[in-house]
Structure formats: C-alpha cells, structure tokens
Design a protein around this ligand. Structure first.
Ligand code: ZN
Ligand code: ZN
Length: 251
C-alpha cells in the first residue's frame, strides 16, 4: 500500500470516528449544521470547486460545446473508434471535500445529499446543453450481493436525481453487473480494466437500441468501469454514450 493510500485510509477512519461522535456536523468544515442545512453547510456548499465543462475521459481536454464533443480527435487513442465515451461531466475533482461528500452518500447513505448533488449535476448538463438529445440515464450497477450488503447504490440515487432535473428517463435495470468484481481501490489502471472485463451485461437491449445514453457513477478514477459499461452498451446497440460523475480523480 502506498503512503498516499495509507494517508487516505487514516483520514477516512478519522472521518468515520468524527461522524460517529458528531453526526450533525458538516462533513467538510465540522461546524454544526443549522436545521435547514441538509448534510453540508451552506458555506461549504457554495465553496465547492466546480469544473467548467465536460471533458474527454481519455486525454482530459475540456470540451466546451457540442462541436468540441463531436469533433474531438483524441491524441491518446490510436484509433478513433476506441473512443467509447464521447464526454464526461463531473462536478469537481476528487479532492478532500468531494471525498467527504461521496463518503457521506455512499457509506452513511445520506440520500438527500445525493439528491442535492444530483440536482447540481443535472442542472449543469441542462444549462450547458452539453449532452443534447440524450434519451436515457443509466446508473452503473452494483452486483446484487454488494447492493444487498450496502443497502443502496449511490449511482442509482444520482441517476434518479439527474433524471428528475433533466426530464430524461432513468433506466436502472437495463445494465446489470453479473460479476462481483474485486474492490478496485488498490488496483492500477491495467488491473482495473482486467477486473471489470466482462462484468456487465445489457438485459434489455431493445430499450437502448439507437439511444443516446448517459452513464452515471459517483467517481471516475481510471475510467475502467465506465469504459467497460460503455463498450457493452454500444455493442448492444446504443448510439452514443456520455458519462456523468460527481467527481473525477486527477493523478
Ligand atoms: Zn461546512
Ligand atoms: Zn481526448
């Protein structure tokens, strides 16, 4: 385990202990929350660092408008057809603040916080008109066993929230995770790609045939999971795949 990972593990542990002792505190600044503040205080909410526009998941270039997205020639892909995801929209980079928010949603199951974050994401997609003509929002699924153990799929909460704001229907059982893949936290990019290979299946291909799909996940790390989901969706007849995440890990 690298030092960075040990540090992150210890910080998570510290947060867990603090959350246990002060459940009514803002996870970012630790001040106590006012009654009307749901899960994160107004000041921290306003101070969240936001990314300006969608970007290419393969080279991280910002793609500011529809033309950029359509015409992007990615320098990191040898063949244009390797480009499975046309663009990703994330709220921010996976800094300390987003890490705390994701943790609250994922492990403490703070669904109202998830909805609030989803609204922010959905509004950015709507205002920028970055993903026009999309027909469906699809959450990255958890394996049945993991979903049962955790009690919630954070991506589903986000997808439903985005669907509500954008009026794009959400299809949550169209993509299924058939392999209960290993936890990816300590895997590198290549191991992650191996780990998720063949992990997903489209159960209702007729629902995505010729559709423009928005995949939703909480965090994009190397993009292995989103890329594999996109591959399966495109192989099953989807027209285009975009992705939306709360945060993106920048190495
Ligand atoms: Zn705060
Ligand atoms: Zn690119």
């Amino acid at each position: 385990m690298s030092l960075v990972k040990i540090k992150r593990f210890l910080l998570d542990l510290k947060d867990d202990i603090l959350d246990f002792i002060y459940p009514q505190a803002c996870p970012i600044c630790r001040n106590s929350l006012k009654r009307e503040e749901a899960d994160v205080c107004e000041e921290c909410w306003k101070a969240l660092a936001l990314l300006p526009s969608p970007y290419c998941p393969y080279c991280a270039s910002f793609l500011e408008n529809q033309d950029d997205i359509t015409n992007h020639q990615c320098p990191n892909l040898s063949r244009p057809r390797d480009r499975r995801i046309l663009a990703v929209r994330s709220l921010g980079t996976f800094d300390d603040h987003y890490q705390k928010l994701v943790h609250r949603l994922k492990y403490d199951k703070k669904i109202p916080l998830g909805r609030r974050l989803a609204r922010k994401l959905g509004e950015s997609i709507k205002q920028e008109r970055s993903f026009p003509g999309c027909d469906m929002v699809i959450p990255v699924p958890l394996h049945r066993a993991r979903h049962r153990a955790r009690g919630l799929n954070q991506s589903e909460v986000l997808a439903e929230g985005i669907s509500r704001v954008t009026d794009i229907p959400s299809g949550k059982n169209i993509l299924r995770r058939k392999k209960n893949t290993k936890d990816q936290t300590y895997l590198n990019a290549q191991q992650r790609a191996e780990n998720v290979k063949g992990a997903f299946v489209v159960t209702q291909p007729e629902k995505i045939n010729s559709k423009r799909v928005i995949l939703v996940d909480d965090v994009m790390t190397t993009g292995a999971t989103l890329n594999e989901c996109a591959r399966v969706l495109l192989d099953s007849g989807a027209e285009d795949v975009f992705a939306v995440t709360l945060a993106v890990v920048v190495e």
